[in-house]
Design a protein around this ligand. Sequence first.
Ligand code: ADP
Ligand code: MG
Length: 717
Amino acid sequence: MELLDLLTSHVRIDAVRAKALKKLGIVTVRDLLYHFPASYEAAGSIHALASVKEGEDVIVYGRLTGLAARKAWTTKKTIAEGWIEDGTARIKIMWFNQPYLAKMLRDGMVVKLVGKVAGKGDKIYIANPEVQETNAVKEGGDSLFQERAQDETIYPIYPESKGVTSKWIFHILKKWFDAGLLNDINDPIPEDIRKKYSLPHLAQALRDIHQPTQEKRYQVAQKRFAFEEVFAIQTRHAQERAAISAADCYQFATDAEHIKKFVDRFPFPLTGAQTRALESIFGDFNGMSAMSRLLEGDVGSGKTAVAATTAYAVCTSRPDATKDWGNLQVAYMAPTEILAKQHFESFIEYFKHLPIQIGLITGSGCQKFPSKVDPTKPTSISKAQLLKWVENGEIPILIGTHALVYKKVQFKHLGQVIIDEQHRFGVKQRKALTQKGAPMPHLLSMTATPIPRTLSLTMYGDLDLTLLDEMPPGRKPTITKYIGKDDEEKMYEHVCSELKTGRQAYVICPRIDEPDPEKETAVEMKSVIAEAERLRTGPLREWRIGIMHGKMTPAEKDEVMADFNAHRLDVLVATSVVEVGVNVPNATNIIIEGAERFGLSQLHQLRGRVIRGTHQPYCFVSTTSKAANTAIRLKAFVATNDGFALAEHDLEFRGAGELYGRNQSGLSDLGMTALKNLKLVEAARTEAKNLVAKDPELKKYPTLAERLTHLGELHME
Ligand code: ADP
Ligand code: MG
């Protein structure tokens, strides 16, 4: 049996199941083997109904009967009730206040219940259990409980899916394992590395993760597969790194005096961190291979000024003075139109005294600075015209959204690519942009999202890291307050007093978790509009209130942003999607409604909106949630202004999956849990680097090379 064999060549699969398997992405033997259990159940925790006792936490399997809903005559609350029977006994089930449950469940349905036994003596019942329909019993007709109870092993529970049950997978794999079909399988992790870290061989690990005989066994296997994934990712990073090192690049020295002239025009001196970042970057420009650097700095740490200075260095450099081919160009990509526009405006300020033209390209149009008519202003131009000037090199700096990636955008000598809020883009977009230049352009990625070290090593293992760990002077640390229902009045009083002294405020409305993205924006829009209305007629009635949400056109958003920027609006009510990186220094108050819905890192991003100026900033996290962990998380948020600490806290309490998008990240669930283990990630990285240094093309490691083809695209959002 080979990993890449089609499943159908080893198992008979009917049409219904084939469809279900396809939905799960399971086509080959390998796909099934790497479809790991989501959890395990020890046979001991499964109870026959006859043995269920009061006060116990139980898992029971059985058939539902006698379902009905009624209203309690004392409290008028709905009670849904029924019975579950499994051939050994039957027992009552009750759900309080969940009328919809009665509608979802049907008599005769076979389910798994997880809950606590309440009541006394022969009047025991299971209250508010979790219910899951299981197909397993229906198929075989036999009682799942009986089969499981006889078995001493630990039961794997696979991610739920209709048509592909845990039981089905269990039996197929059992056959394969028992027949020894997988004994000779090749392991992508080289033997010496496996030995060094005491990791089991792939064949053993597969057996232990799918059909463990002890808890310890699947834990070891899980660790091994987590290592395997991170190791494969790191190997890919190391290879990418090697490719960058091998590629031709523009190499040039940067003159300190020349740079000083540019920087001296800034209305502020650079911070030490900004200066150090520039030194590293200039060092890269003068290095033998193209730069590949991530600049990570908290919101407001001044990344744009760094970006502008590097852009200046690039487009005033001539790597090869013997040829008269004009100047190098810079492409600067931002995740949203608002941000791209804002950078365009900042760059105009930084470059207006120089004969360096700047272009802007977004989905809704193109601009160029300076205008021929009025050289102090930008002007709108056609896309065709802009692209022509970029292609012939006349426009050295082009700023834009992902519109920059389009095939038609061609540069003459692309020397540097700058990507703002780089975690919002995939590796593919990053590559598409850097591939517009040959030799390879220098890459400066920037992010304001402080991420735990394990995650940055995993996601950005191929980038060098520079931290902008110093705020411009005069910034006051934000005062953050936890606002419960009773504190609202005081909060609005405070915000009004701030508005009176001439400051501005944001009010952020929560994202509503709706599976349908279309619907989601609709709901968000509603919450923004409703909240703005409430504030207009209520606590903030004396102030000019604007709104911004995802359903507005870019032009509408621009207008609102311009109004808020120019202080024609006092308050901006917006969703959280609007906007990372928006810069209005006079806005020093932010109210975050439904704060429990946000991750700590996200809250921190939002709080970053108000630390742009020198006035005292305030952040109010408002919640009506009474959940205990909400309080713990929000207290952590109130207690610190350290974004990295919050990111680590988030990783600890919410898990990487929830934080960075389980599906989009390209990491498996096991890979995600590995992110909690710095030692594992560092070990995998070291080994991968060493291995690639010895054998960049993995000629001696074909199984590992093959393993790399199964990695997803890493992406954060
Ligand atoms: P971010 O790192 O979030 O992108 P920005 O580049 O937008 O931050 O800078 C935030 C604000 O700080 C801007 O108004 C910018 O002009 C200002 N700023 C940048 N560097 C300094 C500095 N060294 N001293 C004072 N203010 C600065
Ligand atoms: Mg920024």
